[in-house]
Design a protein around this ligand. Structure first.
Ligand code: SF4
Length: 152
């Protein structure tokens, strides 16, 4: 039941993105103030196709699972820091990802308020997130269980 509930908006969003693909370079170029998305139209479309395919392999479902709080949120048990490996950015296939020195990556729209509407602002929130991308920066700490002793 939960799965069906999540699958409907996930499939609808992916379909909408697919249909809108030809105009996305203009929309993204405008809202993220990146004329290169429009000037390099063919390259942008190519990268967006790869991005869309990667999105259809789980991240959109995850987005709705988090949005509707269906997904287990273990963020209070997670520690570590990001090493900028780019793995959680659709395995380095995110359209917005930009390479930087030392084999690291940075988000090209990190400071945009629109980014907050995406999946990326909430990663990782679970052990599943960490495992999915083999994140080298964060770990899920085991829960501390305080056992109740029997008092005689
Ligand atoms: S996978 Fe982990 S370490 Fe790599 S970019 Fe994402 S959060 Fe940072």
């Amino acid at each position: 039941m939960k799965n069906t509930f999540i699958q409907v908006p996930a499939k609808a969003l992916l379909l909408l993105a697919k249909v809108a693909l030809p105009v996305l370079p203009f929309i993204f170029g405008f809202i993220f103030l990146k004329p290169k998305y429009i000037l390099n139209y063919r390259e942008t479309i190519q990268k967006l196709r790869i991005h869309h395919k990667a999105l259809s392999q789980g991240p959109v479902r995850r987005y709705f699972e988090s949005f509707f709080a269906v997904r287990l949120n273990e963020s209070s048990q997670i520690s570590g820091s990001c090493t900028q490996c780019g793995s959680c950015c659709l395995n380095q296939q995110c359209f917005f990802l930009e390479p930087i020195p030392e084999d690291k990556f940075q988000c090209g729209i990190y400071n945009s308020p629109f980014r907050k509407l995406s999946n990326c602002g909430a990663f990782p929130i679970s052990g599943e997130d960490i495992e999915r991308y083999d994140c080298p920066g964060y770990v899920l700490n085991p829960k501390t269980v305080i056992k109740i002793a029997v008092v005689n």
